[in-house]
Design a protein around this ligand. Sequence first.
Ligand code: ZN
Length: 213
Amino acid sequence: MTVSHVLNEKLMLAYAAGTLPEAFNLVIATHLSLCDESRAMVAAGEAIGGCVLDRCAPIEMGSAALTDTLARIKRGRPEARAKAAEPGLLPEPLRTYVGGDVSHVKWKALGGGVKQAILPVEGDATARLLFIPGGQAVPDHGHNGMELTLVLQGAYADEVDRFARGDLEIADEELEHQPVAEDGEDCICLSATDAPLKFNAVMPRLMQRYFRI
Ligand code: ZN
């Protein structure tokens, strides 16, 4: 189990290499715009990658290499625009996915005052914004894969620690937890998962296919 408030090395390398699904790229790029420490880590990783490339013996490229590369540049990757946060609750690149700040989010109720908004990303991993009223708990659950959670407003605590704006929680198959939003302020998080969660209670289990959690 790896849990941290910042990016870990494995994720940083996968992110810099561009091998992560779009949902995870979005969470990490948004985290980078809020976290100087992780931004420095990625810059160092990219510099190392550049040095390695400089020392590699050149090989002949396929005939489609240029076209493919230009197409990838045109499609764009969210991390390419990762930079310090601008005023407002939702930093870039998240803001672009939402189409504005938090007032533009199209929330759907999940019950108990908890709301979610699924974001448009490609690939098998899903990305969503979660709204948890202050003092409210999310149903306790385990994970079938990786879950990245970035706090944007308020704070929550679980079996691991307390997480506030800019903090990233990295959860995997070994972690079972029940995040509880702190009293006093509603908590808004950006979360990405590459597999359905494992809920312990019956009700969330019945609803999870519908809610795509
Ligand atoms: Zn979780």
